[in-house]
Every structure is written in structure tokens, then in C-alpha cells.
Design a protein around this ligand. Structure first.
Ligand code: URP
Ligand code: ZN
Ligand code: ZN
Length: 588
């Protein structure tokens, strides 16, 4: 969609032609593969020129980005707006949710269509489009949940992947027994369908049967408070499911994306699959995981504790947040989302006497970028290029939106954040833009936030003033067979693993400790920026691929059980082994 320069949008605001042309001058452009002091010229929603001494038409608005970073708008790969779940409806709808996203520097979200068991996937998709299309303030895409299995589901997946619908990823649940959970057989079938369609399967990795049994035992023992949520599903319950999902994906010969990874054990299981098995599996963590921790479940106030309930839960191990940031920095994890799924206090009260009835979900769409900047860049764990990679570019690559999204380059969409690394603020529910009445990052002081946010060429955060337009966002069709996931990209197969820490690591006391003031944080960021030179200064090499070195290229892979069976010569294919007891059982 191009923006009509004189069009009246749905809120009745006339978009003037001068707003259609924009020059961002004197900033430091940060992409996932390098940084450069350069200017960016935008026209009709597209980046038209990047460079110095650009020739610009008269009447163009100029934003002076001196001392600021100019980054691709964030892509939040995981939101739930207007979702009905566990007897409640999320507070953030597609308007409030995307408005909050933009305020925080995110210019694209990917939400989840979640059909009820037995519901047509196409009907659910149509319902989501209807809810979202007139309301979104920024572009959005859709993943679709496969919450039950049948031949008709498979057929609908096929349709959803077509050009008409534009879906390239499906989420399967290994938890929420009796609601959305699939057993391993159905999971395997769903993964196979994804492999056939060259769509990316995603999993919610937790062992739903163990959780169900533990919940029964805890309730029987009188544990009804929110801490029971955490106790019913500890780290190994998540790690086991991560491992099982990787095994099933390997059997189905498909890449895999694991959503909301919340624990060190789960990351270890993913790392094992990525490094040892060379599987193309990707891990997403959440702003909640790096920005807060599981101690809140023990808060005596039900409202406070219940507000932190999400699945998988925040972990009691206090070293988790930093370990997860490290995993994002060193590419054990590839993306950070929000899983924004906000329920008001009155809805969380549904679980007042039974933790298993607390609607699951927390905020994060607004604060995701600032929280990660604070915990990762200001602490010296991650450089700004890797920050761009995990908050934007990798999502664009994995979900086949690259380089339209996730990059500051000529012909990319003009989704741009002018990031002020000096801007200080304290996160509070009172000041946030989300509709929910609680913020899990309440009271946290962050240094670094967006000053301007440009969505498809429109200045939607203007020097701190939020001026979104309801319905301005577009639906993004995401084509299947993504080259970054299924492996068609050019380049060397044996690239060395990359350390994404800043080239110039600040002194050990800061790196291992918590900076005490905004000044300390700024010193670290400034050192990183100075140390990186003008271009390609990040520790992330240019053209880094999404697959690990030596990972199987599924585009070229010939492995499949049916092919293996076909390929066996008759003599060996009918060979049977007599199992103990003597009865032959055909192929084994
Ligand atoms: O607790 C969570 N994560 N709520 C949203 C639904 C999901 O599982 O993603
Ligand atoms: Zn989930
Ligand atoms: Zn979710």
C-alpha cells in the first residue's frame, strides 16, 4: 500500500504532503551487520536514499538525529491482542496494543490466530483479520495456531499458506491440556504438514501432562496461590518439551521455532539441538524473561503475583535474566518478543482460589525494546547491531519479511526508530500506553528509548508525542519457503560462530555488575559506539546467515521416511527381524 499524501485517514487526520517526505540527518544508522554515520531520506513510505549530501526536494521535513541511533523499527514476533483465553479477554485490542508497540519503537507485530478446538482455521483467520484490519496502527502479520488435528486442518493449512492468505508459520501447543494441546502423534503430523508446505512450525514447549498432574497434586495439598503456577511447571518441564519438539522436528525433517523460552535449561536443550544435531531450530525469548524474575510469584499480594502469571513461568533462579541476555548475545537465542497478552486485575481474579484458573499473560509490547537495551546494551553484554538483530532483523528473516522490514536500506519500508541512548525514564503502569492496569516492569529506570518512531514513512512518535493513526497499518502477507529458514541463501557454509558481545568490552566490574546510574550506562554505550568505527563495526559480520555452521540445509535435504522406504531395495525392504518371542513385525 502506498500512502496517499493528501488522504484523510480513519481518524480524520489529513496527512499533508510534507509529511510524506522526511530526511533524518546526522544520526548513526545501525543495521544488524554494521553502523554508519549517514542520512536517510524517506518518501511515500519507502527509504529512497541512504548517504551523505543527498539531493532532497524542497519542503521535506528534517529530523536532526545528532547523537542518536537510527535503527529499523522493532518487529515483535509474538503478540496476543483481543484474545479470548481462560474465560477472559485481553485488555489490549489491536488499536491500543499497536499504539503501545509504536510508542516503544516497534513498527511491526505478528499476532496469533488461535482457533478453538474443532473450529475452522480459515474462519478463525477471517475473524482475526476483521478484528485487526481497521484498528492496527502499524503493520502486522499472523501466525495461525494448530490447536487440533484432522485432515481438514491440514487442508486449511495448505490454503492459509497460499498467496490469498499469506501465512507462513503455525503454532502448536505442547501444554494447555484439554484446550489447545496436541499429543505427540498430532504434533508430528502437524510438523510434517509444515515441512510439506515449507511453513515454519512453532511450539509452546512445556509438558502439558506433567503440568496437569502437578496441578492436581498441588491443589489437593492446598496450594491455591499464584506460586502454584510456578511450582506446577519447573524448568525441566520446559526443557523436556524443547528436546522432544526438536526430536519430532528432526523426524519430520522440518525447521522449528520455539516461542517464549523462559529458562536456562530450555536454552541448553535448544543449544544441544542447534550445535550437536545441527538442526535449524530457532529460539525466542521474552522481554518478561530478561526484565523481571520469578520471585514475584511469592508476593503476598494476589494482584501482584497473579499479574506475573504467564506460561512458561518466570523462573525462581535469579541468574536467569542475565543468562538469557547472554544467550541472545551469543546466538543461542535469536529473537526477543513480548508475548503481550494482558489481562486486567478483575480477570486475573478468576484464579483467586485456584492458580490454574488465572488467565495467562503479561505486558511487554511497549517496553520490550527499552528493557532489552537496558539489560543488554547498557550492561555491555550486547552491541547495538545485535540489539537490532534480535529485536527486528532476525524476525524479518525468519518470517520472510526481509529486507522489506528489519533493515535501513534503499527500498526497505520506512519503519525507522530514532533512538536516544540518553533518554531516561521510569516505567510505570500509570504512564504506559497499554490498556492494562499493571506493568511487570513497574519502577524500573531505563536509559535509552525512542524519540521518533516512523511507521511506513509517517512520524507516529514525534519527539515523544504519540500521534498514531488507527487503521494505518497494513496486513503483511508472509510467503512460505523462506530462504533464511529453508536454506537457499548464498554464502559460505562454514562460517565461524560469532561472539556478539561488544568489540570493546567495558571494564569487568560494570560487565559483571549492575550499573548504578544513567551516566554509567551511557559511558558503556558511548564506548561501544566509539569503538566500532564508522561502518560494519559491529561484532556481527556482514551477511550472517540464520543457520548455524554446518546445519542441514533442508532445501537440499533428501531425507524423509517415505523416500528412505522407497529407496530400499526389495530384498532389504522386506527383510524382517524376528523380535524376542519370534514374531516378525515387518519393517522395523
Ligand atoms: O502465558 C502466555 N504465554 N499467554 C499467552 C498464550 C501463549 O501461550 O502464548
Ligand atoms: Zn504459548
Ligand atoms: Zn503467546
Amino acid at each position: 500500500m502506498t500512502v496517499d499524501p493528501t488522504a484523510t485517514n480513519v481518524t480524520g487526520v489529513v496527512i499533508k504532503s510534507s509529511q510524506n517526505r522526511l530526511l533524518i540527518k546526522n544520526g548513526k544508522v545501525v543495521n544488524e551487520d554494521g553502523m554508519e554515520d549517514t542520512d536517510v531520506y524517506i518518501e511515500d513510505g519507502i527509504i529512497k536514499q541512504v548517504g551523505r549530501n543527498l539531493i532532497i526536494p524542497g519542503g521535506t521535513r528534517t529530523i536532526d538525529a545528532t547523537g542518536k541511533l537510527v535503527m529499523p523499527g522493532g518487529i515483535d514476533p509474538h503478540t496476543h491482542f483481543e484474545l479470548e483465553m481462560m474465560g477472559a479477554k485481553t485488555a489490549d485490542d489491536f488499536y491500543k496494543g499497536t499504539r503501545a508497540a509504536v510508542a516503544g519503537g516497534t513498527t511491526t507485530v505478528i499476532d496469533f490466530v488461535l482457533p478453538q478446538k474443532g473450529q475452522s482455521l480459515l474462519d478463525a483467520y477471517a475473524n482475526w483479520r476483521q478484528k485487526a484490519d481497521g484498528k492496527v496502527c502499524c503493520d502486522y502479520g499472523l501466525h495461525v495456531g494448530v490447536t487440533w488435528w484432522s485432515p481438514s486442518v491440514k487442508k486449511e493449512m495448505q490454503q492459509l499458506v497460499s498467496e490469498q492468505y499469506g501465512v507462513n508459520s503455525f503454532k502448536m501447543f505442547m501444554a494447555y491440556k484439554d484446550a489447545w494441546m496436541l499429543d505427540d502423534y498430532d504434533l508430528y503430523c502437524a510438523f510434517e504438514a509444515c515441512a510439506e508446505l515449507r511453513a515454519l512450525p512453532q511450539v509452546h514447549a512445556e509438558n502439558g501432562n506433567i503440568i496437569a498432574r502437578n496441578t492436581e497434586k498441588l491443589l489437593a495439598a492446598g496450594v491455591t496461590a499464584p506460586v502454584g503456577h510456578q511450582l506446577s511447571r519447573d524448568e525441566e518441564v520446559e526443557a523436556e518439551a524443547v528436546n522432544r519438539a526438536c526430536v519430532i522436528a528432526n523426524q519430520a525433517n522440518t525447521p522449528l521455532y520455539i516461542v517464549h523460552m523462559m529458562s536456562k535449561s530450555a536454552v541448553q536443550a535448544l543449544r544441544a539441538a542447534r550445535r550437536k544435531q545441527k538442526q535449524p531450530v530457532y529460539g525466542e525469548t521474552l522481554a518478561a524473561t530478561v526484565g523481571t524474575d520469578g520471585s514475584h510469584y511469592r508476593n503476598a499480594c494476589f494482584r501482584h503475583a497473579a499479574a506475573h502469571v504467564l506460561s512458561p513461568p518466570l523462573r525462581p533462579d535469579p541468574s536467569t535474566p542475565e543468562a538469557i541476555v547472554e544467550a541472545l548475545a551469543n546466538d543461542d537465542l535469536q529473537l526477543i518478543g513480548s508475548d503481550n497478552c494482558t489481562f486486567r486485575e478483575q480477570d486475573k481474579q478468576l484464579g483467586k482460589d485456584n492458580f490454574s484458573k488465572i488467565p495467562n499473560g503479561v505486558n511487554g509490547v511497549e517496553d520490550r525494546m527499552a528493557i532489552l537495551w537496558q539489560k543488554a546494551v547498557n550492561t555491555g553484554i550486547m552491541d547495538p547491531c545485535r540489539f537490532v538483530a534480535v529485536t527486528s532483523s532476525n524476525a524479518a528473516k525468519v518470517f520472510n519479511l526481509w529486507p522489506q522490514k528489519g533493515r535501513i536500506a534503499v527500498n526497505s519500508d520506512a519503519d525507522v526508530v530514532v533512538w536516544d541512548p540518553r533518554l531516561e525514564r521510569t516505567i510505570t503502569a500509570a504512564a504506559h500506553r497499554q490498556a492494562v492496569d499493571f506493568n511487570i516492569f513497574e519502577g524500573q529506570h531505563v536509559v535509552g528509548s525512542p524519540q521518533y518512531v516512523i511507521v511506513n514513512g509517517r512520524v507516529c512518535l514525534d519527539d515523544g508525542d504519540l500521534r498514531v493513526a488507527e487503521g494505518f497499518g497494513r496486513f503483511l502477507k508472509t510467503p512460505a519457503n523462506c530462504p533464511y529458514v529453508f536454506g537457499e541463501e548464498k554464502g559460505s557454509e562454514d562460517e565461524a560462530p560469532v561472539d556478539h558481545r561488544p568489540l570493546e568490552t567495558p571494564n569487568g566490574t560494570v560487565r559483571n555488575g549492575t550499573p548504578t546510574s544513567g551516566l554509567a550506562e551511557l559511558t558503556i554505550v558511548n564506548k561501544q559506539l566509539e569503538g566500532m568505527g564508522v561502518s560494519s563495526g559491529c561484532s556481527t559480520p556482514t551477511g550472517r546467515k540464520m543457520r548455524e555452521p554446518g546445519q542441514r540445509n533442508l532445501q537440499n535435504s533428501t531425507f524423509s521416511i517415505s523416500k528412505e522406504v522407497e529407496g530400499l531395495d526389495t530384498k532389504t525392504s522386506v527383510r524382517v527381524r524376528n523380535p524376542p518371542g519370534g514374531k516378525s513385525s515387518g519393517l522395523w
